[in-house]
Design a protein around this ligand. Sequence first.
Ligand SMILES: Cc1cc2nc3c(=O)[nH]c(=O)nc-3n(C[C@H](O)[C@H](O)[C@H](O)COP(=O)(O)OP(=O)(O)OC[C@H]3O[C@@H](n4cnc5c(N)ncnc54)[C@H](O)[C@@H]3O)c2cc1C
Length: 444
Amino acid sequence: MARYDVLILGGGASGCALAGRLSENHDRSVCLVEAGPDYGHLSEGRWPADILDPRWLALESHLWERADEEDRSQARARVLGGCSAHNACVILEGAPADYEWGAGWSYESFAPYLKRAAETLQTHVLPDDELTPWHRAFRQAGGDDSIVHPVNIVDGVRWHSGFAYVDPARGRGNLTILADTLVDRVLLEDGRAVGALADGRELQAAVVVVSASAYGSPAILLRSGIGPEGDVAQLPVGEGLVDHVGVGAAWEPTERLVAETSAHEAEHGLYMGQVTVAARSRSCPPGTRDVFVFPALDIGPEISGAAFAMKPRSRGSVRLTAPEPEAPLAIDHGFLCDERDTEVLVEAFERLRDLAESDEVRPYRGAELRPGAEIGAEEHVRATARGFFHPVGTCAIGSVLDERCRVLGFENLYVVDASAIPEIPSANTNLTTVALAERASEWL
Ligand SMILES: Cc1cc2nc3c(=O)[nH]c(=O)nc-3n(C[C@H](O)[C@H](O)[C@H](O)COP(=O)(O)OP(=O)(O)OC[C@H]3O[C@@H](n4cnc5c(N)ncnc54)[C@H](O)[C@@H]3O)c2cc1C
């Protein structure tokens, strides 16, 4: 039977970072288990084009469940690299106040890991001349509130965690990658993790780290008997799900936008995520920004943008629908169940409309097609609020985990991924998640 020092369950943004860092110690055997495929080192040329292409979200392939066109809030990737392999490559850290997560956690203590993660992901800021006309117009209209995104794109390739962390480690004899291998549950004996059951095989380990995302990790713990009504341990696993919540708008593109965009594309290529306008709502907590406006470049019959509430208070849950690991999960985001989120999102959407009215943006857009000028902001928000693909908090530090990401009551069982994040940062979540893995790899 296979036995390792560390078993990492889930090879996504965080799992790849853990595998890369932990295997740097050649005396430690590490096994990374991923349900989706691994296409090998980038230089082997086997990665599918949509996963490599950072211009658009790769939402047509490698999904756990088929994304519903009307509501893609639950979309999640099943491939080495996880959601970092099909995301928008925006690398932002939250505000310092976002990282007060209890004992041992503060921006000061976490900042070195955010920096190390950003460097390893080869993050760089897009030069001004690479901004598309649509993004540049929003950046100018947003003034000091505008952020030009740092991105993890290398030579036109989405630089997901697999390329950043696993590729440099592939030659190491102490790293095993088990791809296309579905984890059922953690094997527990007398209050200790002893391994995992995956595709009917027993894998043994001295330390088990669950890193299967804010959806997948609670599912593994729940199947292992650790949960609100678990027969092994009672912990609020799967509770506390939170994601940024947003709504979109779309306009007719003008001839000028189409002409300038195709000229820009010939020169630079088009990247959908380049600029955010970040602001504070009237009820924003101190020290952070709770409104994001995001112009999206999906030019066709319409040109669009979206507005988000970045410090939502609503909470949802992840539960099992059946004991089998392939069974779809019951994911309830609970969007807008706290009325204060509706108020912030209405303000955010009004800001998006204001920016669209600005002198800088007006030349590029015609009539509002979605939701349409006759629809009020609140009506639109209540009817169409969706997630931002940033779920966190379902195995949170402080309620399910101790401050070192150890499952309470189990000295050698850890959860290290977005599910461990107890307080959603006011920023896209990839960098925070990878930085958490960087930090935890020093404790494991
Ligand atoms: C469409 C989209 C766009 C995004 N854009 C951005 C962006 O531009 N910037 C940003 O900062 N963030 C973005 N994000 C969010 C970011 O990618 C996530 O925060 C990050 O990937 C979370 O990392 P993770 O390790 O927790 O989970 P994931 O990266 O999702 O990795 C989890 C891995 O575990 C595997 N797994 C799950 N269950 C099992 C099991 N039972 N057995 C074996 N393996 C399992 C999965 O297949 C997956 O590979 C986006 C997300 C999505 C979905």
